[in-house]
Design a binder for this molecule. Structure first.
Ligand code: DX5
Ligand code: ZN
Length: 212
């Protein structure tokens, strides 16, 4: 299984976006970029139009948009697009899959896992939210570990990312439940040396995963 730590980049301007990408790029293989429209969640970030000419690395776009389908087809950035199950319809999902974009599904803490059932065989990337999306710096909700472990049982080889309140302790717990990708914002960017928390998260992920 591919174990990965990703910086979650929740910012309101392109300059800070580029700064955070460059700051963390030497230490990771992929970036998780938070996109919020002020409608699906009560907060607004950088917008799809800001995602041009980014440094060359792997990107996962976390779409907290009510209508991501209005933007994804014309976006040039090569990325995995994570759509919220709470925002997507079957029609929109199928159209995006057919457009050959790489699609994954994100699920909120309050949404039952069964809402993913109709899509389970269509994607190999899931994002389990461990906070209600909208803001960084929130507290990890441990009851999402049940959701992670159930999903891991159903899909042993798929990517399961966890996002929200992740630090070395909660990252270990989420990995032990079955997550193979950890995304973190505050834990990484509150440290003047981002390599320190990233190394801690990589250790927590490895240790947790051994216990899956
Ligand atoms: C929450 C975002 C997360 C957030 C994580 O709405 O999707 O990616 O940036 O922030 P922390 O790690 O501070 O909880
Ligand atoms: Zn996110």
């Amino acid at each position: 299984m591919n174990l990965e730590v990703m910086p979650a980049i929740l910012v309101k301007d392109r300059t800070t976006l580029i700064h955070r990408i460059n700051l963390t790029m030497p230490h990771v293989n992929s970036m998780h970029i938070d996109l919020m429209d002020g409608e699906f969640v009560p907060n607004k970030t950088i917008q799809p139009k800001d995602l041009h000419d980014l440094p060359h690395t792997n990107y996962v776009l976390h779409w907290m948009f009510q209508h991501p389908e209005d933007y994804i087809p014309s976006l040039e950035l090569d990325a995995i697009h994570l759509l919220h199950i709470e925002a997507v319809t079957r029609k929109v999902f199928d159209e995006l899959l057919q457009s050959k974009k790489r699609i994954g599904l994100a699920i909120n803490p309050k949404t039952p896992l069964s809402s993913l059932d109709p899509y389970l065989n269509d994607v190999n990337y899931f994002l389990v939210m461990s906070v209600t999306p909208g803001f960084d710096g929130q507290k990890y909700l441990p009851n999402v570990e049940d959701k992670i472990s159930q999903l891991r049982k159903m899909r042993p080889n798929t990517n399961i990312e966890v996002d929200g309140g992740i630090n070395a302790d909660t990252g270990f717990r989420a990995a032990r439940a079955g997550a193979n990708v950890l995304a973190a914002a505050s834990f990484i960017f509150s440290n003047p040396d981002v390599s320190v928390p990233i190394t801690e998260l990589k250790g927590a992920l490895r240790r947790g995963w051994k216990n899956v």
